[in-house]
Structure formats: C-alpha cells, structure tokens
Design a protein around this ligand. Structure first.
Ligand code: MN
Length: 249
C-alpha cells in the first residue's frame, strides 16, 4: 500500500446513493478528493458534507452538458461563487449530443471565467470534449494566470494543444480511461510532471467493471506511474506536491 496520501481531483461523489458515506471514507482513507458538481443547486449539500472533513472539498459547477436545459442556473452559480474556492465541473462540450447548445455553453463559460478572474484565487476543473481549442482560447482571453488556476479534466487534445495548455499554466487531472488509449497515453507521457494530478471521474469511469470511486484512485496512480516509468510511490509524491503547489495561493 502507498505511504503517500493520494489525490482524486475530480469525482462526482453526489451521484452515488451513499454520498455521505463516501465523503467519510475519503476522509478516513486520507484521499484528497475534489467533489465536483454538475449544477449549482447541488453545491450546498456537497459543501456542508465537505466542511466537516480534512480531505474533501466541494466544487461549484454547471456542467456544459446540462447548459442546454439549465443555463438559467448561472444566476445561482454566480450568487454562490463568493463562498466557493473550487469551481467545476465547467467547460465546453462539442460532442454530437451537445453541439446545438455550443453557443450558449460559450456564453455561460465566458461568464464563469470572467467572474472567476474578477474574484481571484479560484481553482477550476474544466471539461473540454471536442472543444479543446475553444476552451484554451477562452481561458487565455478571460482568465489570466495570475487570477486563477485551471485543471483540465480528462483532457484529450493533441500534444501541441497540451503544450499550449502548459504555457497557459494549466494542470491536468489524469484518469484511467485516458491511459487506456494509445494516443492519449502518448500525450500524457509528454506532460511536464509538475502539472500532473490524478482523478477517477467516478461514476463516469469504470474500474474493474464497477463505477470508480475515490478508493480506486490507486489503480490510476499505478497506471500513470507505469506510463511515466516511475514507481507508484514516486508518482504519488509528485501528485501530492503538485496539489500543494496548486492550492498554496
Ligand atoms: Mn466529470
């Protein structure tokens, strides 16, 4: 077992029936977990449960896949932002099911980035399915590096796009699915180690045939270590160090 404490920087804890129990388990097992939300209406219960813990934090989200039906909840999101250090899941999704709302998603994401820049000190976990270029363009335009930090979640851009994201200051939270694709694993192997974090993205990723939860993050750590030719403990220490750097300011 790992001596170093592990990091699950993107998990939808509130989508499991035993949400409160999972929060308690993350704390007991000393897994630093970012509980992301898909709608701002879900944030307060996440925040309340996380507030009692050392290891769990709640992120204020408005998922791009929900924007087509829930864009009006941006008002709720904006009202809650002052109380949230972490923001997500936010971003853009230009996949076939969501492309029709893409212009609306861009409007929402622009407001989110602008508000975060205005507040300062926020840490965002950002979705960029089939929209990497636009996501990076918008981060560059609306959230200067001095005004907030971006973690690209389940990033599947090219190596050139990854290099651009690195120059913009972005971190990357890596999940098991990314490492199971040859193309994405090659991109991950080229990322600078000081920008690496790990995530389960449970319940949207399965590990061993069931929905991943933070306790499964060790599988991701082991696979990422293998891809980077490191021992798991070394990799876990790098990730923990990166988390400390990210959250230091
Ligand atoms: Mn997610």
């Amino acid at each position: 077992m790992q001596a170093t404490r592990l990091v699950d920087f993107h998990c939808h804890l509130d989508l499991y029936p035993n949400h409160a129990e999972l929060v308690g388990e993350c704390d007991r097992d000393e897994i630093f977990t970012l509980a992301v939300t898909t709608t701002p209406l879900a944030w307060e219960v996440n925040q309340r449960l996380a507030a009692k813990t050392k290891y769990v934090r709640a992120a204020l989200g408005l998922h791009p896949q929900l924007v087509k039906d829930r864009a009006d909840e941006l008002t709720n999101w904006r009202q809650l932002l002052a109380n949230a250090r972490y923001v997500g899941e936010v971003g853009l999704d230009a996949g076939p099911q969501f492309y029709r709302s893409f212009d609306l998603q861009k409007d929402v994401f622009k407001t989110i980035l602008t508000d975060c820049a205005h507040s300062g000190g926020k840490i965002l976990t950002v979705h960029s399915v089939r929209a990497v270029k636009v996501v990076l363009d918008m981060i560059e335009a609306y959230l200067p590096r001095s005004r907030g930090a971006v973690v690209l979640h389940w990033f599947t851009g090219t190596r050139a796009e990854a290099e651009r994201a690195v120059k913009l200051g972005c971190y990357f939270s890596i999940n098991l699915k990314m490492l199971q694709s040859d193309r994405h694993r090659l991109m991950v192997q080229a990322l600078p180690s000081e920008r690496l974090l790990t995530e389960t993205d449970g319940p949207f990723v399965e590990i061993d045939g069931r929905r991943a939860q933070p306790q499964d993050i060790l599988t991701t750590v082991n696979e990422l270590a293998r891809a980077r030719a490191l021992h798991s403990t070394e990799l876990a220490e790098i990730v923990l160090h990166n988390l400390n750097t990210l959250t230091a300011n």
